[in-house]
Design a protein around this ligand. Structure first.
Ligand code: NAD
Ligand code: UD1
Length: 338
């Protein structure tokens, strides 16, 4: 298929480009580079057959989108473009509604003008909010705890209503759990532009000597070792979920959510131990108070994605950490020196 990938230069997008190209899809990236380095596309080209289109543009720019729809004529869109920092979303709520909700609306209008009817959307497990039960299945109530989470839920609702119109429109909502890890080559990975908000990039920066110690946010949760539990998923497994979901969207109409996680949960302390195995050195830690807005535990029931499009996670925790360390140690400054 011809697939337009908004936000394709970002962390998850760049890994997905490689999986799409490996499966023979024709791919064009549409990205504003607000949170990405254009050098990533050179790396993607050198790791693949190199046939990758790219257009610089903003998802809120209708004319820019019309031009790429007219030139590339995509049959489907994978929509990664968005803002993703939970803390920042509380400080700049309108920016988050503008890009994540407004950008999705502008994109759907452009798709309708071009007759493109298939979309895979980057949603998040954060739409569920405080667990009523675990593991979360897709029928779990949605009650996001942050502006960021609400923008994702609103975009999901818009996509659901869009897909109900006449025609064979399909919107696949992928609710990601915690993406971590990097491509096995160590050539592409997560490159935070600021102090990392998320656990694994932070540990990686401690391991490389950029930060003195990891703060463990909360050691008094009702979990086996007192630290938070999350369902971490290797970014390559996550990328492959998009390729599988494309096949599903091609053959189906309507809007469906799918959890994309492993079904396992791992504590902060277990994550630190796994990273120490990968890098062969101790990771200094300090205990710190709970982070505002954090919940004790999250875990996916990923069985629906397996039943609908045959996808399941295959990489182990040690592979997540080994690939993160390979990326971080080969690129201590991310794409900055690449
Ligand atoms: P990222 O920031 O690395 O990638 C997002 C990409 O979108 C970047 O390349 C950025 O330059 C681009 N972009 C942002 N605003 C844009 C705009 N207005 N127009 C065009 N391009 C724009 O983030 P990521 O981790 O790869 O996440 C991709 C998507 O997955 C996001 O929508 C995010 O909300 C969602 N998601 C991420 C996580 C996670 O933990 N990484 C978890 C759940 C959901
Ligand atoms: C965070 C977001 C969530 C988003 C997800 C994307 C918040 C409140 N939640 O979730 O909305 O979907 O990222 O992956 O920001 N931790 C530490 N020290 C650190 C960093 C994290 O102890 O320096 C702990 C956290 O308390 C948590 C675990 O590590 O228990 C994972 O944290 P993180 O990687 O930020 O992911 P989430 O909290 O799941």
């Amino acid at each position: 298929m011809r697939v337009l990938v908004t936000g394709g230069a970002g962390y998850i997008g760049s890994h997905t480009l490689l999986e799409l190209m490996a499966q023979g899809h024709e791919v064009c990236v549409y990205d504003s580079y607000v949170n990405a380095n254009p050098k990533v596309l050179d790396r993607v080209r050198s790791l693949s057959n190199g046939k990758l289109g790219d257009v610089t543009g903003d998802v809120r720019d209708a004319a820019g989108l019309d031009a790429v729809f007219s030139d590339f004529e995509p049959e489907a869109v994978i929509h990664f473009a968005g803002l993703k920092a939970v803390g920042e979303s509380e400080e700049r709520p309108l920016a988050y509604y503008d890009v994540n909700v407004g950008g999705t609306l502008t994109l759907l209008h452009a798709m309708d003008r071009a007759g493109c009817r298939k979309i895979i959307f980057s949603s998040s497990a954060t739409v569920y909010g405080e667990p009523v039960y675990l593991p979360y299945d897709e029928a779990h109530p949605t009650a996001p705890l942050s502006v960021y989470g609400r923008t994702k839920l609103m975009a999901e609702q818009i996509l659901a209503d869009w897909s109900k119109q006449a025609g064979d429109r399909a919107a696949v909502l992928l609710r990601y759990f915690n993406p971590v890890g990097a491509h096995h080559s160590g050539e592409i990975g997560e490159d935070p532009s600021d102090i990392p908000n998320n656990l694994v990039p932070y540990i990686a920066q401690v391991a490389i000597g950029k930060r003195p110690a990891l703060q463990v946010f909360g050691t008094d949760y009702d979990t086996p070792d007192g630290t938070g539990l999350r369902d971490y998923i290797h970014v390559v497994d996550l990328a492959r979920a998009h390729v599988a979901a494309l096949g599903y969207a091609a053959g189906n109409a309507g809007c469906q959510p799918f959890n994309i996680g492993t079904g396992q949960s791992v504590s902060v302390r277990q994550m630190v131990a796994a990273f120490e195995r990968a890098c062969g050195a101790p990771i200094p830690t300090r205990t710190a108070p709970r982070r505002a807005g954090d919940i004790a535990a999250m875990q996916a029931d990923p069985s629906r994605a397996k039943a609908a499009f045959g996808w399941r996670a295959e990489h182990s925790l040690d592979e997540m950490m080994a690939s993160t360390w390979r990326w971080q140690s080969q690129n201590p400054d991310g794409y900055g020196n690449g």
